[in-house]
Design a protein around this ligand. Structure first.
Ligand code: F1P
Length: 342
């Protein structure tokens, strides 16, 4: 008998905090090797992936540069593979490649080309140790707790992202932040428990037709990922923007059928809240997610650098609920494959 629609996706979303706790055990065990790899004299650290894991790469590059001060950039794997000259300036490079499956062709080709050119060292993060990517790096971090049945990534994304946050903390010498990662699973459970019903209400609201996701700095890549989830799971038009960019044209699209979700930071919270107020003044719907004083309130008491993962669960659940409300099956989205093999 086939499981009910969305069975796997729902389990995967709800089990993310437990997956993060298991991932932390992997990272703690590899801590010294991670420090050794990151201690190299690199001119730049590049992050790469495809689809969800490209957006993860963007979020990871932004956070790592913010914390460590090192030059960090992100590219889709297809760009590193097919347009290397216009993608990255050559120099001693640490390439961090992220892939749930570990067998996406573009990611493998990008890594193989990088190794052939001897441009530096490769570090991989993936979920299946038997897959090719987990054999290519000088260090291959594998997170089995991120494995999932569903096509659209949720638990895999957040678990792999959790891994890159830990790398950023260690490479920045922020042992304090690394040590506080252990508090994220409980903070994630609180967000899921407190806001699953709000996510269901918004996901099931037939008056909503389109979604805009606003995030800046280390949160922009996460806004892109949540927008992709809405597309993949529910076939809904959805678009991410840097927070302040929304006024420069896109806000013209605001109507009462549009929900604008803000991944609001603490650092720039007042500027970002003003954008959401502008959206409300235009008659648009708003969901404000932040550490405090928001519709979705994390109340984690964790440093802003390590709590960005908490924006993911509610956004994932909104997409999941909308998919079901449209009679779709988020476990196997239309037109999508689990892995793109060329
Ligand atoms: C990358 C990816 C996913 C996407 C779909 C197809 O997979 O593009 O991001 O949602 O599942 O594959 P991977 O390299 O992370 O396994």
């Amino acid at each position: 008998m086939n499981p009910e629609k969305g069975f796997f996706t729902h389990q995967e979303i709800l089990s993310q905090p437990a997956a993060w706790a298991v991932a932390l055990e992997v990272l703690a065990a590899e801590r010294q090797v991670i420090l050794a790899v990151g201690s190299g004299h690199f001119d730049q650290i590049l992050y790469t992936g495809c689809g969800s894991t490209y957006y993860l790469a963007e979020a990871a590059a932004s956070l790592t540069q913010e914390l460590s001060g090192r030059t960090c950039r992100s590219f889709p794997a297809s760009e590193l593979w097919l347009n290397p000259q216009s993608s990255y300036s050559f120099g001693n490079t640490l390439l961090v490649a992220v892939s749930r499956s570990g067998e996406t062709t573009e990611t493998l080709r990008a890594c193989e080309a990088f190794l052939t050119d001897r441009a530096g060292d490769l570090l991989t993060l993936s979920c299946y140790e038997e897959m090719p990517l987990a054999k290519l790096g000088a260090l291959n971090l594998v997170f089995p707790s991120g494995q999932e049945q569903s096509v659209a990534q949720t638990r895999a994304f957040s678990t792999l992202y959790f891994g890159t946050v830990a790398l950023a903390c260690l490479w920045a010498g922020r042992v304090d932040l690394f040590d506080s990662l252990g508090r994220l699973p409980e903070a994630g459970r609180q967000v899921l428990n407190n806001y699953a019903s709000l996510a269901a209400e918004l996901g099931q609201d037939p008056a909503l037709e389109r979604f805009y996701w606003l995030g800046s700095g280390p949160r922009h890549g996460l806004a892109c990922e949540l927008s992709l989830k809405m597309k993949e799971m529910s076939l809904t038009h959805s678009e991410p923007f840097h927070f302040m960019e929304f006024r420069h044209g896109p806000k013209s699209m605001v109507t009462s059928q549009a929900l604008t979700i803000g991944l609001r930071s603490t650092r720039n919270g007042s500027y970002e809240a003003a954008v959401l107020e502008d959206v409300k003044a235009l008659g648009g719907r708003v969901l404000d997610m932040a550490e405090d004083g928001a519709d979705v309130r994390f109340a984690s008491n964790l440093d802003e650098a390590i709590r960005n993962i908490l924006y993911l669960p509610v956004g994932q659940l909104i997409a999941f609920e909308r998919s079901l409300s449209k009679g779709l099956n988020p476990d196997c989205p239309t037109n999508l494959d689990t892995v793109v093999i060329l």
